[in-house]
Write a protein of this length. Structure first.
Length: 86
């Protein structure tokens, strides 16, 4: 993950609906060392989708040259520390 941008770059999280169709959504993220924190609001459909099917993909990309991109695929891991009430 060393080539992952450390700036305010666009990110897209792909999750799966109940009928197994993929849905891509823009998200906020931050990088903390080797960990990525994705911000999802309480009650968001993405939380229900990840609870039902934890597989997901996060794509972070630059919209300016050199147009680097990094895709991270795997299963979500819940870390509920630091959650603020909505």
């Amino acid at each position: 993950m060393t080539s992952l941008p450390n700036g305010p770059y666009p990110a897209v999280l792909t999750t799966y609906r109940a009928d197994d169709t993929a849905v891509a959504s823009p998200v906020w993220f931050r990088r903390t060392g080797e960990k990525l924190d994705v911000v999802i609001a309480d009650g968001d459909a993405k939380l229900r989708q990840l609870a039902r099917r934890p597989e997901c993909s996060l794509l972070v990309f630059e919209a300016v040259p050199p147009f680097r991109a990094v895709r991270v695929e795997g299963a979500r891991m819940w870390d509920l520390s630091g959650i603020l009430p909505s």
